[in-house]
Design a protein around this ligand. Sequence first.
Ligand code: F6R
Length: 616
Amino acid sequence: MCGIVGYVGERSSIEVLLGGLRRLEYRGYDSAGVAIVTPGNGLVSHKRSGKLGILSDDLGHNPLAEGHTGIAHTRWATHGGPTDENAHPHLGDGGKLALIHNGIIENFHELKQELLAEGEEFLSQTDSEVAALMVGRSYREHGNLTKAMQEVVSRLEGAFTLLVVHQDQPGVVVGARRNSPLVVGLGEGENFLGSDVAAFVAYTKKAMALGQDQIVTLRSTEVSVITFDGEPVEAAPFDIDWDASAADKGGWSSFMAKEISEEPEAVANTLRGRLGDDGLVALPELDALIGDGSAINRIIFVACGTASYASMVGLYAIEKWSGIPVGVELSHEFRYREPAIDEHTLVVSVSQSGETMDTLMAVRYAAERGAKTLSICNTQGATIPRESGAALYTHAGPEVAVASTKAFLAQVVACYLLGMYLGQARGLLSTKESAALADDLHKLPGQLEEMVKTGPRIQELARWMADTRSVLYLGRHVGYPIALEGALKLKELAYIHAEGFAAGELKHGPIALIEPGQIVFVIVPSPRDPMSLHSKVVSNIQEIRARGARVIALAEQGDAAVLPFADEVIPIPLTSTFMEPLLAVVPLHIFGMELAGAKGLDIDQPRNLAKSVTVE
Ligand code: F6R
C-alpha cells in the first residue's frame, strides 16, 4: 500500500516523479505529494488529499521550482485520515528535509511522546512524521543522511519503506526498507527508486531489488547499499521483462478493460517455453527445490483474495495429477493456527504483487519451520519470490487496475503447470494424459479471445441490472472458486452484495435467499464431464428457477439441457473440465467491470482498496 518514487539524474524530477506516481497510483489513492531539492530554492514540496489528478492540477497552475533530485508518494491511509496534512512528504530539520513512508511504524506512539517532550511539533496525525522528525534531528547532529537513516531505522518497529532528501544534499536520495517493498532502477547517469518497477520502467529496464533491512544511497552515477548494521551489500541487478507501454492505458477506457483484453496473452505468456506439444513440462526453476517430488507429502497454498481462488482451482488439478494431498489457506489465518508442517511440506504462495504482507508472513513462518517454499508470482524482484526457496513467475505483465483479472488466469495456469510437473516427476500423469492437457492448454488463448468477445452482450446485461442489489454465483468442483471470484469482483467493483456458493451447498441453507427476481449466475459443468456433475447443476438451476430466480448460465456451446431453465446463456467453447473455469471467469470479470461502469463508479480504483496490501 502506498506508492513511492525517488529520482536523481539530469531530467526534470517533477516529470519523472509524477509519471511514476501515475503508474503506482493503484497502490493507494487517498492523497499524493512530492518534494524536490532545487539548486536555488532549497527544498520545495506540495501535497494534496484526493487522487493524483488534484495534485497534478495544482502543480500545473503553480509549478514547483525545477530540480533533479526528488521523492514522491501516493497514499493509502493507515494512521490519520486522508487530509492534506496527513499526505506525504513530511518535513523534518526545520523544513530542510522531506520524508515519505510506506508501511506502519508500530512503536510510533512512544517515539512521538519522546519527541514531544523534546519540544518537537507535529503537523499531522501520521506515524510517518515521527520518522521525518527523527531523521531530521539525527542529520543535524552529524550531517550525513545515510548515517541519520541508519540511526533512526534501528529504533523503528513494524513495516516501512522510507525515502528522504535534504536540501543540503542535492543529488542524494536515501532509502531504507523493512517488510515493505523498494526496488532500485539503474539508469545511465540517473537512478530511480520505486515501490515496484512500474515506477520507472519507462526509463530503464535494469533494476535491483533491495533486501530486507537494507539502506540504499542513490546518486546519479552511484548506488550503494548497506545493511541496517552498516555492512556493505553486493546486490545483483536483473532485467525487467515488462514492456514500458504495458503499464499504460493505451486507448482503453480503463486499465481493467485493457487487462481483461490481455487475458489470452497472459495465459499464452505463462505457458510459453514451459509446455511441449507432447505435454512434457519444463520448469528448471523448480528442479532444485522439488527434485522427483518424492520428498513432498503435502502441499499447502497460502494466498489472499483472488489469488486464493486461483489456488483453489489449482487444488483440484494438482491433487488429481500428482496424488499429493493439497490444501488452500488464507495467508492471514495460516500461521495463527500453528499448522503442523515440516520439511516434507511444500508451501506454495500465490501473489500477483509478491508483496502482500499476510502472504509474506505466512511464507516466512513456513520457512522457519523447515517447509519448502515456492512462490507463484507476477512481479520480478518482489519480496515473496526473493524470500522463497523457488519462484515460478507468471508472465501476465503489469496489472494496474486494483481488481485482479489477467493475473488470476496466469496464476491458475501456473498451478496447472506445477500440477503437471509434479505428476510427471512422480510418474503419475501418463504421457497420454499430459499430451491431452497440453493440447487443451495450448488452445486456451484462442478460446479466451472468443470469451473476451462476449463483452458487448455482458455490457447489455449489466446495464439492465444496474439497480440490482444482490447477485449470487453458483459453481461446482473447479467452478466453485470461479463463483467466489465472480462474487468478489462484483463486491469490490460495484459495491453490491454478492456471494458465491458451491452448488451442492444450496439446499443446506443458501436456497433460502432465493426470492422472485434474484439474479443467479451459474457455472455449468460440461455435459461431457466425466464426473456427471452436469445433471446435478442443471437440477440446481431448476430448483432456483422454481423459486423465481433469474438465471444466467455459463454453459458449454450446444448444451441444450440448460436452455429451458436459463434466462440467459453465455456459451463457453468446447473444452475439458480443467479449462472451463478459465473460460467462464472472463464474462464474470467483464460483468463486474460493466456493472461498476453502469453505476458510474471508478473501475480502476474502487473505494477503500489498494492493489498491494503491504500492511497486516
Ligand atoms: C481482488 C484482488 C485481491 C488480491 C489480493 C491478493 O480483485 O485483487 O483480492 O487478489 O489482495 O493480492 P496479491 O495477489 O498481490 O497477493
